[in-house]
Design a protein around this ligand. Structure first.
Ligand code: F0G
Length: 462
């Protein structure tokens, strides 16, 4: 019998989580104006809001914390991190930042100007936010297969090269760079193939523009290349990672994901001139170039985390656990994005609630129902997140309306996965009892989903 994957760790410390009653949750979620970001975490039993900064550090990482060097300039922890990044990812220059969006802010302060067009596969919301804030435009060139949750494609994170070339032909002089998000979070944690990265590089060379990777989940992406892309079966994760980044001029990183730390980010670059320009913004926004908003101890933990995240045993467990949850949910007949992504299972709200209009924020509705049912907190990746069009101020209805169940790294067991799937099944069985979703009572002008207030649209039988 083939042995199944299992956790390549044992548990040394535990944190108690508390259940609540359905009545309590009904009350709490109403008080939070149906925005799950507004719930205090003690009101959540299993927290799948994000895999960002929520992972469990290893004993080696905690050990590294104790030997952090907190010198303002030239700390040894900075050099440990810098050397690790050079060794694993291949970038000569590095700037630490306090998280991923800070890396975007610093890099885009150098590169993005008003009227620019920044094409790529689906930009993450902070990436798009930093582009639009500078009065530039993000153009999503993800392959159309990604928007059909039932279509099986091994690399749904890929960019459509024809769409990308069209952008280059039409607005080439306005394109400061191409950005590739690996994995493609917005499309469902879907990986980008090595071939696609290679072809994007070739296209960028043809039009003389640089390529940057938004690398938050680069290690998960590498594992998918290993198990799905011909020719990489026998390559090590580290070899794959090296080749992936060889196609990039630079990268931004949210270390809170595949760095397996609770806070942190960085920018990796090859070009000295870019590094020097970005350094000025780093000093203004983040901190001196050898700490950039991070404590020395956190840089130490990150260096160790990057090593652990690029170990094959770890990734087999990581991707295996997501698939375990995904398969359970699928067995119950619940519509999910397939193949399953690297950090989360995405439930398809358009197929879950086909009888309720998308304009009533149905992925949010699904998230609220799951919370009320089991105290499980997911996050909407749909119309609330997609925000309004900056020109027309109309809601942008995205092609995918998803509830993301993001799994923190090394935190929950498969018994938790069984619980989550059962709670979702109960919500699914009662899906026809609901006739309406929500309407907005207050929203911020940008990135509204974090703070939006909602109310239920009343119906007679709700
Ligand atoms: N890029 C991607 C692909 C991301 O998923 C995130 C964050 C960022 C950039 C920004 O990084 O949070 O460190 O500032 N994603 C989190 C999530 C918030 O829940 O998916 P950050």
């Amino acid at each position: 019998m083939e042995l199944p994957y299992s956790e390549p760790f044992k548990i040394k410390m535990v944190e108690t989580i508390k259940k609540s009653t359905r009545e309590q949750r009904l009350q709490w979620v109403k008080e939070a104006n149906y925005n799950l970001f507004k719930l205090s975490s003690d009101k959540v039993y299993i927290d799948l809001l994000t895999d960002s900064g929520t992972g469990a550090m290893s004993d080696k990482q905690w050990g590294a914390i104790m030997t952090g060097d907190e010198s303002y300039a030239g700390a040894s922890s900075y050099f440990t991190l810098k050397n690790t990044i050079k060794e694993l990812l291949g970038f000569e220059y590095m700037l630490p930042t306090h998280q991923g969006r800070a890396a975007e802010n610093v890099l885009f302060s150098v590169l993005v100007k008003e009227g620019h067009i920044v094409p790529g596969n689906s930009h993450f919301d902070t990436t798009k936010g930093h582009i639009e804030f500078r009065k530039a435009h993000a153009v999503d060139c993800t392959i159309s297969e990604a928007f059909d949750t039932t279509f099986i494609h091994p690399f749904k994170g890929n960019v459509d090269l024809e769409k990308l070339e069209k952008v280059m032909i039409e607005s080439g002089s306005k394109v400061p760079f191409i950005i590739m998000t690996i994995t493609n979070n917005t499309a469902g944690g879907q990986p980008v193939s090595m071939q696609n990265l290679r072809e994007v590089r070739a296209l960028a060379n043809k039009y003389h523009v640089p390529v940057f990777f938004d690398s938050a989940r680069f290690a998960e992406n590498a594992y998918f290349i290993k198990i799905r892309e011909k020719g990489y079966e026998n390559a090590s994760i580290r070899e794959i990672v090296k080749e992936m980044f060889s196609y990039a001029d630079g990268m931004t990183m949210s270390s809170k994901k595949d760095g397996i730390v609770n806070i942190g980010g960085f920018i990796g670059m090859r070009d000295k001139d870019l590094f020097q320009q970005a350094s000025t913004f780093n000093i203004m926004f983040e901190g001196y170039i050898t700490y950039g908003g991070m404590a020395g101890r956190d840089m130490n933990a990150l260096a160790q985390g990057l090593r652990e995240a690029t170990e094959e045993d770890y990734l087999e467990y990581r991707i295996g656990q997501i698939a375990y949850l995904g398969n359970k949910i699928k067995e119950y007949g619940i519509p999910v994005q397939e193949p399953f992504g690297g950090h989360a299972v995405f439930v398809d709200a358009l197929r879950f609630y086909p009888h309720i209009p998308q304009t009533e924020y149905i992925a949010q509705l699904l998230g609220i129902e799951l919370y009320i049912e089991g105290g499980v907190r997911g996050v909407e990746i749909g119309t609330l997140l997609a925000d309004r069009d900056p020109d027309t101020r109309m809601d942008r209805l995205p092609k995918l309306e998803l509830l993301r169940l993001a799994i923190p790294r090394r935190v929950y067991t498969n018994n938790h996965m069984d619980y989550i799937a059962a709670a979702l099944k109960n919500v699914f069985d009662r899906r026809n009892e609901l006739q309406h979703g929500f309407r907005i009572t207050w929203e911020a002008p940008i990135m509204r989903h974090f703070t939006v207030d909602l109310e239920r649209i009343p119906t007679t039988n709700q």
